[in-house]
Design a protein around this ligand. Structure first.
Ligand SMILES: Nc1ncnc2c1ncn2[C@@H]1O[C@H](COP(=O)(O)OP(=O)(O)OP(=O)(O)O)[C@@H](O)[C@H]1O
Length: 224
């Protein structure tokens, strides 16, 4: 479990986090839900050891290996789809193992026939599927998802959300999922932290995993 304990984080004179506490359960999907600019990315980056804290402790990151999916697929344009996956695996596995992993993930995201295509020739949804395949192909145990479905149209979003869930069920990891989309939050998360204010406060913690009340949770989030 990754924990931020009594964390204070300032940007110049602005105190974003003050004695802030939060935890991310192992192999669960935890959502940071809140308005733009509240501090979601900073909290995730602290949990990923990308941003240093001014005070407090970040625990549970000692053996963490991270992979990321952002709103932009962030693929290497001069590499093929196949080589984009190969790039993150090349220092970890031998040729045979890499080929096996890459082919299996391309199959799962239904892009085997596109293995030699350059990212620029793919649609936005296809590029995002490559980015998700790359995140899962890498042997991470923590996956940071920063608004990965933003900007996709409704139908495409539903497909990619279910694809993500399928991959995650086959290869579970701790997911820190940032969104301010109510449907995404409720459909994907095991737990939702509703965050507000400055310094940031956890306004509500919602257990989604053990509930049958998804519709009322959506209403709570809309009001939040
Ligand atoms: N490196 C930085 N230097 C100075 N201020 C920063 C830096 N990173 C973030 N901030 C500020 O901290 C606040 C929180 O930013 P953060 O990106 O963590 O929020 P967010 O909830 O992820 O927002 P969004 O949904 O728009 O991505 C914002 O006011 C932002 O301008």
């Amino acid at each position: 479990m990754i924990k931020l304990i009594d964390v204070t984080k300032k940007y110049d004179d602005m105190v974003l986090l003050k004695n802030f506490n939060i935890s991310f359960e192992e192999n669960e999907i935890t959502c940071l839900f809140g308005p733009s600019g509240v501090g979601k990315t900073t909290i995730a980056n602290i949990a990923a050891n990308l941003v240093a804290v001014d005070e407090g402790i970040v625990s549970g990151t000692e053996d963490a290996l991270y992979s990321y999916v952002f709103q932009e697929p962030n693929l290497l344009d001069w590499y093929s789809v196949y080589d984009n996956l190969d790039f993150v695996l090349k220092d970890i596995f031998d040729n045979k193992k890499r080929k096996e992993i890459i082919e299996s993930y391309l199959k799962m995201v239904e892009l085997s026939d596109y293995r030699n295509f350059r990212p620029k020739t793919l649609s936005g949804g296809m590029a995002q599927r490559v980015s998700i395949a790359r995140a899962f192909a890498y042997p991470s145990n923590v996956l940071i998802m920063d608004e990965p479905f933003k900007g996709l149209d409704v139908k495409l979003k539903q497909d990619i959300v279910s694809l993500f869930k399928r991959l995650w069920k086959e290869s579970r990891r701790t997911v820190i999922f940032i969104t301010h989309d109510v449907d995404e939050a409720v459909n994907l998360s095991d737990k939702i932290y509703v965050i507000k204010n400055r310094p940031v406060e956890i306004n509500m913690t919602i257990d989604v995993k053990n509930t049958n009340e998804r519709e009322s949770i959506k209403n709570i989030l809309i009001e939040a």
